[in-house]
Each structure stands twice: as C-alpha cells, then as structure tokens.
Ligand binder design. Structure first.
Ligand code: DAT
Ligand code: MG
Length: 143
C-alpha cells in the first residue's frame, strides 16, 4: 500500500463543541500525519463550490447553511492507504449508523451535522486539498 493523502474538514458543529483538538489527536492515534491544518470560516461561495457535486440534492441548502455557520478546520492528512482508512475511522454519514469508536459516532450529532468531512477518492482528495491549500502550502508529493 502506498503513502497517500486525504482531506478532512472538522465541521462547525465539532469546532463549536471544542472537539477540534480531540479529533486531530484521534487522527494522529490512527496513524495519520497532519500535513497542514488551518481554521477558516467558509463563505457561501466556497461552501457551494466545495459541495457542487451535491447541488441537486434536497439537503444542499441546509448543508451550505450549516457549513457556513461558524469556523471550520481544513486539514490535509497523510498515511498508508489514507483515503480508505480515513473513511473507515470517520464512520458512516449518519452518526446513528456509524460503528463504535469512529469520529462520527463519537462526535457527530445527526446526518446533517456529522462532525467531519472526508474525501471519497484519491482524485477528489487531490482536488479538495488544492481547493483549500493552493500552491505549495502543502509540500508537493516527493518524486
Ligand atoms: P459523506 O460526508 O459521508 O461523504 P455525502 O458525500 O453523501 O456523505 O454527503 C455530504 C454531506 O451532506 C454529509 O456529510 C452530510 C450531508 N448530507 C448527506 N446526506 C444527507 C441527508 N440525507 N440529510 C441531510 N444532510 C445530508
Ligand atoms: Mg462525500
């Protein structure tokens, strides 16, 4: 398995509950290196652009309202098999359906307010990291 990068957002609900540090510690315990992390307050345009793939879904308006409600942390992560492993430790979209000891089970409140985002593919991880960390803010992959 190759060293990979994936992208995480610690969402407004988790930051409001002051769980950002606990979630970063959980990720380090799970073997991820934190390559970059910054606190930012998403504008409507940035949130709509990030979630453009969901723009036709009935919950899109609610999702954008939630993601722009208060600050988030955007985080670039690295680990062996990072995309799949982070999906696993993040847990199901609906915290009620997430396995025990996953981030969403521990810190999520509802399907809409579920503590964290995680990339669903390596291609999307690259796009998402570049969306929030342009240029060389995250060191390019060696080789
Ligand atoms: P995931 O975040 O697990 O990749 P997704 O990509 O299907 O899930 O959806 C993106 C986000 O949209 C999700 O984290 C929370 C919100 N969402 C998804 N399904 C929803 C629903 N049925 N009602 C409200 N919000 C929903
Ligand atoms: Mg998704």
């Amino acid at each position: 398995m190759a060293l990979e990068r994936t992208f995480c957002i610690i969402k407004p609900d988790a930051v409001e509950k002051k769980k950002a540090g606990a979630i970063l510690a959980f990720l380090e315990e799970a073997g991820f290196s934190i390559l970059a992390a910054k606190r930012t307050h998403l504008t409507r345009a940035v949130a709509e652009g990030f979630y453009a793939v969901h723009s036709a879904r009935p919950f899109f308006g609610e999702l954008v309202e939630f993601m722009t409600r208060s600050p988030v942390f955007v985080v670039a992560l690295e680990r062996e098999d990072a995309v799949a492993h982070y999906r696993k430790v993040m847990g199901a979209t609906d915290p009620a359906k997430a396995e025990a000891n996953t981030i969403r089970k521990l810190y999520g409140g509802s399907v809409g307010e579920n503590a964290v985002h995680g990339s669903d593919s390596l291609d999307n991880a690259k796009i998402e990291i570049a969306y929030f960390f342009p240029g060389n803010e995250v060191a390019p992959v060696a080789g």
